[in-house]
Write a protein that binds this ligand. Structure first.
Ligand code: ASP
Length: 313
């Protein structure tokens, strides 16, 4: 149903979905995460309310979360099995369906900005590793010493996982991938996602986040989507593209399409969630985990940040 006064811009952010428990998270920790999500929303909303583009807004929002060590993107990324941080990101412009993505970065401070440069300044969509970093240096994109990304808490999580020895990856779903989706006053949509991937990933593993159509997608004819969760399953479902396709071809609302695709992810054994922004409505969320760090704002005055699967917190 279309609201009586549809918002002319809207924005949503996420900071990962997982098994965060109300009881296991203290007041201070909740407040810190909510404040960080609020800062990301502010960064994007300031751009959108001044008539800026959805693309600028999603990049700005994701950069805030990449620089915040609480989230698994940029500084604070999880460690690979071999003790490095390898970052992935993707961005997409719904106006033209131009897209840019990068994987296996070890030195680019803000992977989302590199993804945007790949989209706007190069002939390709997806670059990896040393080549992507060569492209970054040529475009004067900020690089840092790899130590910039490392935090003691992520190291502890790697050691804990290795000591448990009960699986290849982070079975506890200590996720924290970040993403943003927006609609601007011109009705254009954009999506951005950035991640360190999964704790103890190896063999050059790449998840859904930087894969256009899996973890990130934007199309003005439907919506913008950023996903977080069990990357392998989001890839197999083509989750982000599937949500847009359902809206475009079946006429489903953003919420209905997101719910259906997350249900499908669940049937294949996947966990996680999505944020979806579509013209003329407030952003939608869907997730099948106990919580998802998330926030949304729009020109009609909506402004909220939530963590758990409930209306108030
Ligand atoms: N989807 C990400 C990946 O598989 C992880 C996450 O969302 O936390 O790399």
């Amino acid at each position: 149903m279309t609201p009586a006064n549809p918002p002319h811009w809207s924005l949503a952010v996420h900071g990962g979905a997982g098994t965060m428990a109300r009881a296991g998270m203290g007041e201070a920790q909740r407040a810190e995460h909510k404040a960080a999500l609020g800062s990301a929303l502010d960064a994007g909303a300031t751009i959108l309310s001044a008539g800026g583009s959805a693309l600028d807004a999603v990049e700005a929002a994701v950069r805030v979360l990449e620089d915040d060590s609480r989230f698994n993107a940029g500084r604070g990324a999880v460690f690979t099995y071999h003790g490095t941080n390898e970052l992935d990101a993707a961005i997409m412009d719904g106006r033209t369906r131009a897209a840019g993505a990068a994987t296996g970065l070890t030195r680019v401070r803000n992977p989302i900005t590199l993804a945007r440069a790949i989209m706007e300044q190069g002939p390709h969509v997806f670059l990896s590793g040393g080549g992507a970093e060569e492209f970054a240096r040529e475009r004067l994109i900020e690089t840092v010493d790899p130590a910039w990304f490392a935090t003691p808490e992520r190291w502890r999580q790697l050691e804990e996982l290795k000591a448990r020895g009960d699986g290849w990856f982070d079975a506890g779903l200590k996720y924290g991938t970040v993403g943003a989706v927006a609609v601007d006053a011109g009705g254009h949509v954009a999506a951005a996602t950035s991640t360190g991937g999964l704790t103890a990933k190896r063999w050059g593993r790449i998840g859904d986040s930087p894969l256009i159509g899996a973890g990130t997608y934007a199309d003005d004819r439907a919506c913008a989507v950023s996903a977080t969760g069990t990357g392998e399953v989001f890839i197999r479902v083509g989750a982000a593209h599937e949500i847009g396709a359902r809206m475009r071809l079946l006429g489903e609302s953003a919420q209905a399409a997101a719910d259906a695709v997350i249900a499908e992810v669940g049937t294949l054994g996947g966990h996680g969630g999505v944020i979806v922004a579509a013209p003329g409505a407030s952003p939608a969320f869907a997730f099948n985990t106990p919580g998802m760090y998330r926030g949304r704002a729009d020109s009609a005055g909506l402004c909220e940040v939530r963590i758990f699967d409930g209306a108030t917190d």
